[in-house]
Design a protein around this ligand. Structure first.
Ligand code: SF4
Length: 195
């Protein structure tokens, strides 16, 4: 099966790529992350992904869109529910790319992280997969999260210190994260009920 893996960063991609390959997938990676700010951070993550893909001979498609304005405009009305837009923007762009380039399926390295909202990612992935006529694979890469992080450290790959958006960068410097996540989950549920 030809599978397009959306990659949020090199460290998270390592075990997703290996898991898919071990299952017999013909894997290509796709970089599209309008959520990563500021530009220096975006560039560091993008370049680390490019270098890692090259080092393992992995085909990597790059949509090099630094989307600060697009991201902020779309989440400004409800910053606490921003992850829904964040997931949808990246998964929808990946589904479209998969369809246009003739892939059989797509998935995302976001599914390796125990810190992301897996249910929301799968729901949105299925929706955009249906929209574009490409299968979304709801893989559970989470058991490999720590192994992937360790491998990235061994390989001296750039490791980010916050999720990606400018708001998560702010949270890095506070101890509000757990409370924020609870509020964000509630706000996301509320936003989804209004859809
Ligand atoms: S916290 Fe992470 S998942 Fe949520 S909007 Fe920011 S970058 Fe996206």
């Amino acid at each position: 099966m030809k599978t397009l893996l959306h990659v949020c960063c090199a460290p998270c991609s390592i075990m997703c790529i290996e898991t898919l390959k071990n299952k017999g997938h013909e894997v290509s990676a796709f970089w599209y992350n309008i959520n990563i700010h500021p530009f220096t951070e975006y560039k560091a993550r993008r370049d680390a992904m490019k270098a890692y893909a090259e080092s393992i001979g992995l085909p990597l498609i790059v949509d090099d869109n630094y989307g600060l304005r697009e991201f902020v405009v779309n989440v400004a009305d409800n910053i606490m529910a921003r992850c829904v837009f964040c997931y949808r923007s990246r998964l929808e762009r990946t589904a479209r790319e998969a369809k246009e380039k003739g892939f059989d399926a797509f998935t995302t390295s976001l599914l390796v992280s125990p810190y992301q909202n897996r249910e929301a990612i799968i729901k949105i992935g299925r929706e955009v997969g249906e929209k574009y006529g490409v299968e979304f694979l709801p893989e559970d890469f989470r058991p490999f999260f720590h192994e992937g992080q360790d491998r990235a450290k061994e390989l001296d790959i750039y490791m980010q210190k916050y999720c990606g958006c400018i708001f998560s960068e702010e949270e890095r410097f506070s101890n509000r994260r757990k409370k924020e996540l609870k509020r964000m989950a509630a706000a996301q549920r509320e936003a989804e009920q209004k859809q």
